[in-house]
Design a protein. Structure first.
Length: 258
């Protein structure tokens, strides 16, 4: 079995694969400061809770957009979990060619998503990740990562409302019964959810217009991706495990190099 680890700004999401099949997933919060031993113990306990011994892990693939946690996390992984570790970065075989002006500035998570979307759905494809930030990445039919758009995520927008205003509360992000809200909480929910839907549809349409590819496939992932995908026909596929599957694919492409 292999363990894949996606280190995001909000959560560290892990997936366990056996014979290319997802066996289990688990999460840890990213913002909590932990030592290497704490990461290692948590990893082994969560693996054990899913019936997996740390010693049975043959290899690992890690992608991170949070450099500050990597020293402790990698120390815990290598000390407590067996198997060599592959970190997504320069020099790693992905099957995707980055043709933007500054390829090194593209986040590892976006590369991983692009790899999975291209391998699973083909190109051209627009990959949308609804996470801390909402990202839109265009991969051509030849497998070239050609462009990316970055917008505030829906949670960031929600936090900005309640942290930067005196009277607005912290709310649950969900679709209200109607956009015609009549009190504060549903008013905020309407603005956040329908605002994100509108932004999503506009950006998708604009990408299709500027690329001249009206039938481009659109794939969404991320924690709040299902909420948005269910409300618009502009998204063709919602794939909750796209990032984890991308890490598995990259690991397999680089097997023996970890």
């Amino acid at each position: 079995m292999i363990l894949v680890v996606d280190v995001g700004n909000t959560n560290i999401t892990c997936g366990i694969y056996g014979e290319r099949e997802m066996k289990a997933t688990f999460r840890m919060t990213t913002k909590t400061l932990r030592t290497s031993d704490e990461y290692g113990v948590m990893m082994t306990q969560m693996l054990a809770a899913r019936g997996v011994k740390a010693q049975s892990i043959e290899g690992m693939a890690v992608a991170s957009v949070v450099p500050d946690v990597m020293h402790s996390l990698m120390g815990g992984i290598t000390r407590y979990v067996t198997g060599q570790v592959l970190t997504v970065g320069p020099g790693i075989k992905t099957g995707i060619k980055i043709v933007t002006e500054d390829p090194r500035s593209i986040g590892a998570d976006r590369i991983v998503d692009a790899v999975a979307a291209y391998e699973r759905y083909g190109g051209p494809v627009l990959v949308i990740d609804f996470n801390t930030a909402t990202t839109y990445d265009y991969v051509t039919g030849q497998g070239h990562f050609a462009a990316g758009i970055t917008a505030p995520g829906i949670r960031i927008s929600s936090e900005a409302l309640w942290k930067e205003t005196a009277k607005l509360p912290n709310i649950e992000i969900k679709k209200p019964k109607s956009i015609l809200a009549q009190e504060t909480i549903s008013s905020m929910q309407a603005g956040l959810v329908y605002g994100q839907i509108g932004q999503t549809q506009y950006i998708i349409n604009k990408v299709k217009e500027e690329t001249g590819i009206p039938d481009m496939k659109v794939v969404a992932t991320g924690g709040l991706g299902r909420l948005i995908a269910e409300e618009t026909d502009a998204i063709d596929f919602y794939d909750p495990f796209l990032t984890l599957d991308g890490l598995r694919i990259i690991y397999e492409k680089n097997r023996g190099k970890a």
